[in-house]
Write a protein that binds this ligand. Structure first.
Ligand code: MIG
Length: 755
């Protein structure tokens, strides 16, 4: 659309309304570094699904109006709004950060119909060409610009040169770089310039389009055909600031229960109680630490959600008791699709109360998923979420410890839901095209609120589909990957980009979901997986079994070594979660998040940081027995040998099948737990501090690992300082009664006798 010339500009507090010949733009400073640009193009101003509560702070804003230009400034940013609705952003020194492109898009030519038919004859897939969109923000692209974020999109870290569509999609074919959509829609990206950085969050739940310089070297754009122009420009001095800004808006992930950070074993195809028991027993038998076994759709009665098949699972309460006695937990899957069955209470009640999505004509909308014909709860409505939440009561009473939400894109076996199926955004009548991308988000929210109410514990909810802000309710896994080296390789950039997109608690299906894992792939995947925030081996009923003991003795040993590493590092992971809850920074960090001033890190896909201290460089290539690792400037120590290494260069680390290269930054203090085979209900008695040469300071956090008492001060915070070989430990906050009985200080460069 064409805005025409600026007619007027008015300021009211931190909000500026610019009137054009045809249309209006609102520019609102939320903080000094976050500015929202809004234009009502649809006649509806939706309440954000991503942002809860009022995030506008008292922000001093100045405005001036000159011919053809409105200048708006905060302490940190200046925005110039020009004729035709063009907008440029500058940092406080007047350096241009982000400018609207002045030219027109040059959309690619479509093939002729004849040529299309010719190409399709052999089964080639035609990719749709990108056309102009009703709402389209085209920004000037500079040669060195890199792009990150965008949630779970395929490919490598840097999204430069690729296009994506945010439309939650369940596609079981191998997820490759050309995929434009996966399960999650997180319309947020970070632009790292040669100098300067910022983020843009396009809060529009309709299908949105992003092109990071695929169409042209001169511009990039984001776009939509419905909804409004509604984006947040997030400035800052670093990528970290931008991620903090984005999670300030959309929320951080709440601290999880400690046990959820343990190891999870899963498979689609544990068909009866005996199967679950056998898994738990094998974990013990092979000395493999484990905290949870997952129950996929097999446990339900005819795939009816919130039911249990009593033939195969005659006493699920007794089963959970038994699993709990082993120190483990049970997690059950819940899909959104409710079976159409007049005898089934969830269906009956939902029908009576009008809780399911309807067609424009008013009949309940039906499609099919696992149980056959099924209907879709309308999670955008508070009362439906409440009802759904309460439906978890039976499972919670039977002792189930977590809920795994699948198929919530939503998936459908009989074609995609038509765009006009009626869904609500709270009281406002809406439709599938607007509510699709937040369907999983609202379902996860329902589960989170239900579990919180029912158990009082920190809810453990896993979700596949997400929108921006889903991190407040659930952690996420990356869906149906496959046992492919390409997918192991993709795990690093995919999880890192999720982290930059505000989702810190994420993991892949370790070993791969589809296809068949080889022994080598399995070993390499646990080496990476044990350092991912979520650590679960899961695979498909149609794939070869992939529990560690289904390979050979060596695989079990390697698996054990890395599970023990994970359990040793649990206090470190938990500390990182606690910090993340405060500042929104992910645990698993791309090198560029930690070292953005070093251009070498801009395209780094084979290694990552876990917090600030640990650098992990897992092997993700078949047959490789060494790994090239980039050590940023400074001194590093090999985690396994204690060897001291000079940074600012690449090193080649040998990496036999049982070796995952790990390095620790000088001055680090890394908390470890003593060896354990699950997260105990008993209070931790001992903490080990592995201290590395150099000046160091560290805060270690401890609480009951389970509920929300920490928010009332029931936690301990240990302040640890190491200076010239002297280590001191002080309690900076004391509120949790079970402080450690023993804190053991170890020299990190001396190899521990623990294997
Ligand atoms: O289309 O519940 O991504 O983890 O095992 C299959 C069966 C449906 C897809 C999930 C996968 C799960 C599977 N589900």
């Amino acid at each position: 659309m064409s805005y025409g010339k600026i007619a007027d500009a008015r300021q009211s507090g931190s909000e500026i309304l610019v009137t054009f010949e045809n249309g209006e733009l609102e520019v609102t400073a939320y903080t000094d570094s976050i500015i929202r640009v809004f234009s009502d193009l649809s006649g509806v101003r939706p309440v954000s699904h991503a942002i809860e509560g009022n995030k506008r702070t008292d922000t001093d804003v100045t405005m001036s109006l000159t011919e053809g230009c409105v200048t708006v400034s905060t302490k940190e940013l200046t925005v110039k709004i020009l004729d035709e609705g063009k907008i440029d952003f500058y940092d406080k020194n007047g350096k241009a950060l982000c400018q609207d492109y002045r030219g027109e898009r040059k959309t690619a030519k479509e093939l002729s119909l004849e040529m299309k038919q010719f190409v399709e004859q052999e089964g080639h897939m035609l990719t749709e060409k990108s056309t102009d969109h009703k709402i389209q923000v085209v920004k000037k692209l500079d040669p060195e610009d890199c792009f990150y974020g965008m949630g779970d999109k395929t490919g490598f870290m840097n999204k430069r040169g690729y296009e994506y569509v945010s439309w939650n999609t369940d596609d079981p074919f191998p997820h490759v770089d050309s995929y434009k959509s996966l399960y999650k829609s997180i319309p947020f990206f970070i632009t790292l310039k040669k100098e300067g950085v910022f983020g843009i969050f396009y809060d529009n739940t309709f299908r949105t389009y992003f092109d990071f310089g695929k169409e042209s070297d001169d511009y990039y754009f984001f776009a939509a055909d419905e909804g409004n122009l509604n984006y947040y420009f997030i400035g800052g001095n670093s990528i970290q600031d931008v991620v903090k800004g984005y999670t300030y808006l959309t929320g951080t992930a709440p601290l999880p229960q400690l046990w959820t950070l343990g190891y999870h074993q899963s498979r689609w195809g544990y068909r009866c109680e005996a199967d679950i028991r056998e898994i738990a027993e094998n974990m013990k038998k092979y000395d493999l630490p484990c905290d949870a076994v997952h129950m996929d759709i097999d446990y339900m009665r005819g795939y009816r959600v919130f039911t249990v098949d009593e033939e195969k699972f005659p006493d699920i309460g007794a089963l959970t008791d038994e699993i709990h006695r082993k120190g483990m937990h049970l997690v059950t899957i819940i899909d959104p699709g409710v079976k159409k069955d007049a005898e089934y209470s969830v269906y009956k009640e939902g029908m009576e109360k009008g809780y399911f999505a309807v067609t424009p004509e008013g009949g309940v909308y039906e499609n099919a998923v696992w149980p056959g014909t099924a209907v879709y709860p309308d999670f955008g409505r508070r009362e439906v979420r409440k009802w759904w939440g309460e439906n978890h009561r039976m499972l919670m009473e039977k002792g189930i410890d977590g809920i795994w939400n699948d198929m919530n894109e939503p998936a459908s076996f009989e074609g995609e839901l038509p765009e006009d199926v009626v869904f609500y955004a709270e009281e406002r009548k809406s439709c599938h095209s607007e509510m699709h991308n937040v369907y999983g988000h609202n379902m996860a929210r329902a589960a989170y609120e239900g579990l919180k109410e029912l158990t009082g514990k920190r809810p453990f909810v896993i979700t596949r589909a997400c929108y921006s802000g889903s991190q407040k309710y659930a952690m996420a896994w990356t869906g149906d990957n496959q046992s492919l080296w390409a997918h192991l390789q993709m795990a690093i950039p995919q999880l890192c980009n999720l982290g930059l997109s505000g989702m810190p608690y994420v993991g892949t299906d370790i070993g791969g979901f589809g296809a068949d894992a080889t022994k080598e792939l399995m070993c390499r995947w646990i080496e990476l997986g044990c350092l991912s925030p979520f650590c679960r081996n899961h695979n498909a009923i149609s794939s070869r079994e992939q529990e560690p003991w289904t390979f050979d003795e060596e695989t079990i040993e390697i698996y054990r070594k890395y599970l023990k590493l994970r359990y040793a590092l649990l206090p470190y992971l938990y500390d990182l979660f606690r910090q993340e809850e405060e500042n929104g920074l992910p645990l698993m960090r791309p090198m560029v998040l930690q070292y953005e001033k070093d251009p070498e890190t801009r395209n780094m896909n084979g290694q990552f940081m876990l917090g600030e201290s640990l650098l992990a460089a897992p092997v993700v290539e078949q047959g490789a027995a060494r790994k090239m690792v980039y050590l940023p400037e400074g001194i590093w120590y090999d985690y396994w040998t204690g060897e001291k290494l000079e940074g600012g260069r690449y090193v080649i680390r040998k990496a036999a099948l049982d070796e995952c290269p790990l390095f620790v930054k000088a001055g680090s203090i890394l908390p470890h737990y003593p060896e354990m085979d699950h997260v105990s209900k008993e209070k931790d008695k001992e903490l080990i501090l592995r201290v590395y040469p150099g000046e160091g300071e560290y805060f270690h956090y401890q609480d009951n690992g389970e509920d929300f008492a920490y928010r009332d001060g029931e936690y301990n915070l240990y302040h640890i300082v190491s200076r010239e070989g002297q280590v001191s430990v002080d309690l900076a906050h004391q509120g949790y009664e079970a402080a450690y009985e023993k804190v053991l200080v170890q020299d990190g460069t001396k190899v521990p006798d623990r294997e």
